[in-house]
Design a protein around this ligand. Structure first.
Ligand SMILES: N[C@@H](CCC(=O)N[C@@H](CS)C(=O)NCC(=O)O)C(=O)O
Length: 244
């Protein structure tokens, strides 16, 4: 079986700067299947492989799947996935966590990267590194306004910074509650898709230290960082420098 994951590139031990790309990458690593990563950067390249213009996309023997949730469902259908949950009730509970992280807290991170001026400056500096003036110009003139528009359309863009941080704090406290009694969510003894999703999102805070406030909040909980380290150790492969 030939598998290719089309994703946005990462750095600093964070496999991708896109949380949904990273969670698919983590799932593939944990499955232990052979796969290739194709890092895409330009909109044109992305549109060539993705009908939604978004990543991740996975190609399995010429068949393409878009949307990380759909991709994980497909991997689960084809393989004996190590993250499956026996109890239907726990599976439902964890699926809701998966949605909450991927569809709600994702936008809190998006806000910090694209709407908060300090966050955006840090992210662009990390992303562009030593890129030439033309790349910078294009990113600032086209890519940034597109991300801001997307955040505004979603509704996340117009929020107040303190409200976004209060939501992240509340989310972290909910996770702490769910970790009572065991090493992973719901006190389970091995990660689920929801754990991978949490780890792929919060790993972004350590991407070249672009979200120092979030890193501090995670560290202050005392339990989330070791929890993320446990997930990375289970999945194997590259680990964010921040968690090493
Ligand atoms: N809900 C989707 C989100 C996909 C998504 O929004 N991907 C972003 C990167 S994190 C993207 O491709 N953005 C490109 C753009 O908006 O132009 C999933 O889970 O796959």
């Amino acid at each position: 079986m030939a598998i290719t994951l089309y994703q946005y590139p990462g750095g600093d031990g964070v496999g991708s700067v896109s949380p949904p790309c990273l969670r698919v990458d983590m799932a593939l690593r944990w499955l232990g299947v052979e796969f290739k990563r194709r890092n895409l950067r330009r909109g044109g390249e992305v549109r060539n492989v993705s009908r939604t213009g978004r990543l991740p996309v996975i190609d399995i023997d010429g068949e393409r799947f878009v949307e990380s949730t759909r991709i994980l469902d497909e991997l689960e259908r084809r393989y004996n996935a190590p993250w499956t949950v026996e109890s239907e009730r726990d599976a439902a509970h964890l699926r809701i966590w998966e949605y909450a992280i991927n569809e709600y807290y994702y936008w809190c991170g998006y806000y910090i990267r694209w709407i908060d001026p300090a966050g955006r400056e840090r992210f662009l500096a990390a992303l562009l590194g030593r890129a030439g003036w033309f790349t910078r110009f294009m990113v600032e003139k086209t890519f940034v306004p597109k991300q801001v528009r997307r955040a505004m359309l979603h509704g996340a863009g117009g929020r107040k910074k303190e409200d976004v941080f209060a939501e992240i704090e509340r989310g972290l406290q909910l996770l702490v509650t769910e970790l009572r009694g065991g090493p992973f969510l719901l006190g389970r003894d091995r990660p689920s898709r929801a754990d991978l999703t949490v780890c792929s999102l919060f790993s972004q805070a350590g991407y070249h230290d672009t979200m120092p406030d979030v890193m501090r909040m995670v560290e202050d909980t005392g339990v989330i960082k070791p929890y993320m380290q446990r997930i990375c150790d289970t999945v194997g492969g590259e680990k964010p420098r921040w968690l090493s």
